[in-house]
Design a protein around this ligand. Sequence first.
Ligand code: URA
Length: 206
Amino acid sequence: MNKQEELKKIHEKWFSQCKCELKKTATQPVPGNGSAHAKIVFIGEAPGKSEDEQGRPFVGAAGKFLAEMLESIGLKREEIYITNIVKYRPPNNRDPLPEEKDACREWLIEELNFINPKLVVFLGRHSMNDFFPAEKISAIHGKLLIKKFNKIETKYFLPLYHPAAALYNGGMRETLTEDFKKIPKFLEKIKKQENKISLASQNKIF
Ligand code: URA
């Protein structure tokens, strides 16, 4: 089985294992989607109406905007991976409740560790606050955060405004577009940092 097929199996396992109460009202689960080899994983909040209908994340208006921004930095959707904190649509698109986030958390952690991306990009304050509860998106959007969590391998994080929030707000849209363009530079920085670390550990051996 290749890595992409293994990832599919992980999602299939969670379709039955996940205890999220939103299962009762959602049409279907919306698992993460994209490359199992992705260097970047984007995390949104929860599926909306179109996502609930199609079973794929970010396929509505926000998803189209996201695809445009990806294209602006030379990336295709198939090269990256997109997921949500919560895998089922909350009724009327209300914010997910803490217990709904908790019920979906192990699924998120497993997909993140399986893909093990270089960079995790938070789309919006809800996804950022799940990892950095004390931070304000207005203060730290577009800044690279470095933190080692117990449960996940990746330690580089970039908070961005949510594309749905920025879509119809001129100022926020401009900020998000500008922040997005920093992604290639940050990936380069992470690569250099990792090369330094691996050199340092090699030097320790000799
Ligand atoms: N907004 C999200 O946060 N996730 C989606 O999948 C779609 C819209």
